[in-house]
Design a protein around this ligand. Structure first.
Ligand code: NAD
Length: 370
């Protein structure tokens, strides 16, 4: 029997509430999927700071490193706004990304038919949308050196950020894009700004060369990132996998996120390089949303992004594509039945609690599994 060790890091605010529903889906999988999941739960973020004066403990980092996947809730909240910078809640998440070298950030943008009216775009533009934004997460202008503000002789200040990419960094993210495309609609769109940036020229060249050498079966197109942003809101269904750098990916994935309606719907995955022998990747799965302190403790949070994040873990870390499809289909079923948490409801619609949404998804999974 396949067995997996998952580290659960619920975090702060609504994190523990939505993670509780993930716990119930894991119980369901243990009873029904034929695979065995063991979980360990650790503190992260503000709740960890309260207990240990750090945003994540060394023990938790070690367990993350040894786990098959880290399932992360959300961190932060006004309570910790004035804690020292290096132990602020987000530092725990950044430390995990860095220590596990999670260079590939996957954000699917899927439009469930039942929610086509919730988007700011026309329903026909987004109905049936299923695209994946792949963002390089550990390089580029957010990390390049020098990164500083200097005072010039004139007294004026000058700020510098450095956009920096090596062949290796571009090649490994492009490889993930091509591999993912092969499991989907087999198309990659690479976005950069080669018209004005040297790093864009190199990005374009490395992606083109890797494609020619190893992935000619996958359709590849190049698009300037600004034009890509425009095309994303004009006709997003033209895309399958979009691969881009850290900065452009940050913006384009937020644009893609809003195509589908609520923040409470969006999962994400961050993957590292495959281990040379086992081929397993370090991985962390988390909803795109934050800790939503405005609704924390009220049982109102939508658990779908969190549950769909577990679904991504099944797909990318456990090689359980069928179970992942089941989770996704169950989510689509409950939405089609009209089950809505408050963030999804239109005026006059009945709303359910976090727990009731979890109940509905579990029932839909059981129904489909027969
Ligand atoms: P947020 O995503 O927490 O909330 C934005 C809005 O969306 C709020 O009105 C919230 O109620 C709503 N919302 C978010 N998730 C929801 C869900 N699952 N169901 C229903 N409604 C939901 O963003 P914010 O308000 O800008 O930030 C709040 C805190 O979260 C801050 O401390 C911020 O630093 C932190 N944050 C953490 C992460 C993370 O852990 N990765 C990401 C973003 C923000």
């Amino acid at each position: 029997m396949a067995s997996f060790n998952l580290q659960l890091l619920p975090g702060d605010g609504i994190g523990p509430e939505v993670m509780a529903e993930v716990g119930r889906v894991i119980d369901w999988l243990n009873a029904n999927s034929g695979a065995k999941f063991e979980t360990e739960t650790d503190l992260v973020g503000g709740s960890c700071y309260d207990a240990h004066s750090v945003s994540i403990t060394e023990d938790a980092i070690k367990r993350a490193d040894q786990s098959d996947a880290v399932i992360f809730g959300a961190v932060g909240g006004p309570k910790w706004d004035s804690v020292p910078y290096d132990v602020r809640p987000e530092a725990g998440l950044l430390r995990l990304r860095k220590d596990l070298d999670l260079f590939a950030n996957l954000r699917p943008a899927i439009c469930y038919p039942a929610l086509a009216n919730a988007s700011s775009l026309k329903p026909e533009v987004i109905e049936g949308l299923d695209i994946l934004i792949l963002r390089e997460l550990t390089g580029g202008v957010y990390f390049g050196e020098p990164k500083e503000v200097v005072t010039l002789e004139s007294g004026e200040k000058r700020a510098v950020d450095t956009q920096l990419y090596t062949t290796h960094e571009i090649e490994r993210i492009a490889r993930v894009a091509f591999e993912l495309a092969r499991t989907r609609a087999n198309k990659v769109t690479s976005m950069e700004k080669r018209n004005v940036m040297r790093s864009g020229v190199l990005w374009n060249q490395v992606v083109t060369e890797l494609h020619a050498a190893e992935y000619t079966d996958v359709e590849l197109e190049h698009m300037l990132a600004d034009a890509g942003g425009m095309q994303l809101v004009r006709w997003p269904k033209q895309f399958d996998v979009i691969v881009t750098d850290n900065l452009f990916g940050d913006m384009l994935s937020d644009v893609a996120a809003m195509l589908t309606g609520s923040l409470g719907m969006l999962p994400s995955a961050s993957l590292g390089a495959p281990h040379p022998v086992t081929l397993k990747r370090k991985s962390l799965y988390e909803p795109v949303h934050g800790s939503a302190p405005d609704i924390a403790g009220e049982g109102k949070a939508n658990p779908i992004a969190m549950i769909a994040s577990l679904g991504m873990a099944l797909r990318y870390s456990c090689d359980m594509g069928e179970a992942a499809d089941l989770v996704d289909a169950a989510i689509a079923d409950v939405l089609a039945e009209g089950v809505r948490t408050a963030d999804l409801a239109t005026e006059g619609q009945n709303t359910v609690s976090t727990r009731e949404m979890g109940d509905a998804i579990l029932a839909a999974m059981s129904k489909r599994a027969g």
